[in-house]
Design a protein around this ligand. Structure first.
Ligand code: FES
Length: 109
């Protein structure tokens, strides 16, 4: 009952099995920008998918540890903290809180 009530306030993203370590999983959402979900060290992280430097999907970028490199100009972000870690990116990427319930990932609004 408590889990059901909590789930109603969360935004479903995907199954945990859809997220593969070493690559981003893009999720389109109805009323907000697309999200990129990453798995790292047996935990899951979500950031906005669109690079803060331009119109690139970070899910198309290479992943190295907890960093994702933008496919357009090789800027990079730490997907745990959102920090921009390589030029030309200087603006942090928005991070999102997520919950895992019964192997399903949810965005916390
Ligand atoms: S669009 Fe991402 S680094 Fe330029």
């Amino acid at each position: 009952m408590i889990i059901t009530e909590l789930q109603e306030t969360l935004v479903y993203l995907c199954e945990t099995t859809e997220v593969v370590e070493g690559q981003g999983h893009r999720v389109e959402l109805q009323e907000q920008p697309a999200v990129a979900v990453f798995k790292y060290d047996n935990d899951y992280y979500a950031i906005n998918d669109k690079c803060t430097h331009g119109n690139a999907s970070l899910c198309d970028g290479d992943v190295d540890g907890c960093e994702v490199e933008c496919p357009f100009h090789s800027g990079a972000f730490n997907f745990i903290t959102g920090e921009a870690t390589a030029a030309p990116c200087t603006i942090p990427i928005k991070t999102h809180s997520i919950r895992i319930i019964e192997n399903k990932l949810y965005l916390v609004p």
